[in-house]
Ligand binder design. Sequence first.
Ligand SMILES: Cc1ncc(COP(=O)(O)O)c(C=O)c1O
Length: 409
Amino acid sequence: MNILSKRSRFASNPIHEEDDLAERLKRSGRNIIKLSTGDPAVYFPTPKYIIKAYIEALREGRTYYSRAEGTEALVDAVSSRYRRMYRIDLNQKDIIVTQGLSEALYFINSSIIDEGNTAFIFRPYYPAYMSNLYLCGGRCALGDYDEGRGWSIDVQKAAASIKRLKKTSRGKGLKYIIITNPNNPTGTVLQKKALEDIVSLANESGLLLISDEIYDEIIFNNARFTSVSKLAAGIPHMILNGASKNFDATGFRIGFVIIPESDPQSEKIKEKIGEYAKVRLSSNTPAEFACAEAMNNVVEHRRSIRYMVAQISDRVNHAVKLLDENSHIDTVRPNGAFYLFPKVDFGRMRLKDDVDFAKKLLLEESLQVTRGSGFGSPGHIRIVSLAPKKILEYAIDRINQFCIKNSKR
Ligand SMILES: Cc1ncc(COP(=O)(O)O)c(C=O)c1O
């Protein structure tokens, strides 16, 4: 008998698949540069006012299980944030706090996906969308972010795919569309028009629209971010967000799901996700109190996020400039988050594909990046551009030399 379940094979994460090899190389004395994990807290210390609030929460004895759906202090802080930033009014029950957005994905799929149901996911996608969906017995139908159009969404193509799918028996089990804005791995900030079209598509096809907006304050190059919460009034939708990126607190494990509508479907989902939250009892209580202060202290937050975004923008733009010197690589300039997702011209290289590229880059140049096929887009690599410019300069010089070395003559 196989002790492991069949579904457990989907419990994997391409972002971490080279970690063991990198660790072994490190132990053998190599200095590995890790450009594979999108963890801002490694390079930017979590703001002091947030750390202070965490310590205060501990001192005040806030070490108990908190309300499963989120402590009221944090739920109210999230609600104020959305009123302040997007002018939407939320009730307490519209917000459910989770242990990172990652847990929200698990709760959502567990609540609404039955064996064989389908979700519509655009590629390149954040890998956890896929693993959570598959772990719950779901299947995916793929749309595309269009590289030729700056990784924007090809909504017409998506509409045609959904229409086709709806005519099949599988179409009956189509449950939701998920988008990521700003995007991981491309860093794209979607234009308002594309978002309006996606909202209309979800509405016309009767699908729940989920928008992962975890980088909604990490915007640069004068891009304008629009939250789906501002466009989807009257239509069942969910906004996912958390403390990891905007508040530079990945290790706190705080995320949240927002379900602003009160139609019967939305109410059912809110209630069920709340039940899932109760099954796991509580989020990290002191972190919840710290995150409430993180959001409520607007002056301190503004100061911290402005500094971090200015630094990130400088690093990302510098990295793009250096990569542009590489004739084997083509990069769409990102306007948000902190990832680069260049396309590699494998036709002109002696490397087979992105898997081969990532592995050899680690073995030969001590640089860890992630293969694009892990995000559903082979032929690309993902580079996290959070490190200081000097490190990025060194790393990209290694990538450029590596491409020359592996070029077909
Ligand atoms: C698009 C996206 N969603 C969700 C997450 C996970 O966030 P959390 O740390 O809140 O679980 C990440 C982390 O990189 C991400 O890039």
